[in-house]
Design a protein around this ligand. Sequence first.
Ligand code: NDP
Ligand code: 2IT
Length: 447
Amino acid sequence: MQAKIDAFMEEVRARNSHEPEFLQAVQEVAETVIPYIATQEIYNGKNILLRMVEPERAIMFRVPWVDDKGEIHVNRGYRIQMNSAIGPYKGGLRFHPSVNLSILKFLAFEQVFKNSLTTLPMGGGKGGSDFDPKGKSDDEIMRFCHSFMSELFRHIGPNTDVPAGDIGVGAREIGFLFGMYRKMRNEFTGVLTGKGLTWGGSEIRPEATGYGTVYFAENMLKTKDNSFEGKTVLVSGSGNVAQYATEKAIQLGAKVVTLSDSSGYIYDEEGIDNDKLKFVMELKNEKRGRISEYADKYSSAKFHKGKTPWEEKCDIALPCATQNELNGDDAQKLIDNGCMCVSEGANMPCDSDAVLAFHKAKIFFAPGKASNAGGVATSGLEMTQNSLRFKWTRKEVDEKLKQIMNDIHEKCVQYGTDEDGYIDYVKGANIAGFVKVADAMLAQGVI
Ligand code: NDP
Ligand code: 2IT
């Protein structure tokens, strides 16, 4: 079996040799899905996975914009349309200087499996730009977003491809992007999700990824009659996902002691309460400041420059910042300190050594494509409401989100439970995500 996986990876590597993040994501899927395919007559010999690693379409374009001083800048824009076998391409846009083809292809590939798991009819895609929003004025952000959409609009549409937010793309950016799309097309449709609540957005979409990550962890803990009550939680990041993961963990009775950004992390020995979280939300979403300012304001907190939270003691870890932010050594520290549960809010934050360590220690580990799927699932619910020209209440959307996270957990248990009863959520999520897309691809023929 290993020879089969190696041969497959050899072929993928030959074609994508300069794309380490993409290869990392494909390797993880190949290791669990290829052995499964070998046991299933209908998939065997159809090269389905080989077809799935090639994007249906990859679009790259120039994004010129003018800064406040009148200087002209050029960034690179992308949209990877990975797979539309089960629905229109769906996935976020990331604005960050590190963005390149490898990162967007890994994210688009993960998105295909994630969206399949949500139970909703959405294909997978991802896009973005190497534009750095840090330090830019609102006007500069607007001009960049308008320029970006003045090309992207011709490639997307409510039945073709529906982008949303990701790192560096939040409510402000979605507003500017939507405005330009509406102008170029002269139509008001649900072409983007994460829209404002008064112009087509869904209740709970801002909260959904963070809440969903905690709901998924709650489901894992429940299998051993455990819960968040009284647990110490480490959260990394301090953006959209981290903020609402923190909010939900606090609501469920946990003590959240860390948050971070790319400069370092804060440790608050008294725990982050609702008032402190409100301060973080204002600091990050409006003033666009640094997390170190938390430690300037609250004497119970200390800022650890240039470090990640994983050296602290906890019961539950929720990595919610970015890919490969938690390595094998970090994982070992968490395990040695008694951590029993890791639920990924970010996409691929734990590297392959870390995942191996969690599996060896047999602690709960949920891969992002399962545990952070609440965000895109609620985007799917936003699309539904847009099509219906209707709006569900907060309670209705939250209940649907909870149900979807339960269903994803069930699927992982169905496909991922080992002979000794340990639930391998990586295997479960990969196989369950694969089956639905593969069945659709088989039904539609070689196209
Ligand atoms: P935000 O832009 O709101 O926040 C990102 C956070 O991560 C910031 O605190 C940022 O710090 C930190 N961060 C980014 N890059 C790095 C880095 N290289 N090293 C250390 N910290 C970093 O993004 P989101 O919260 O939306 O996204 C976070 C993660 O969740 C991403 O992996 C994203 O793909 C994933 N995700 C997001 C969903 C959503 O609905 N938004 C849905 C599913 C997954 P700084 O400000 O210093 O850059
Ligand atoms: O990684 C992700 O799932 C997202 N950034 C959200 C995508 C979406 O379409 O809501």
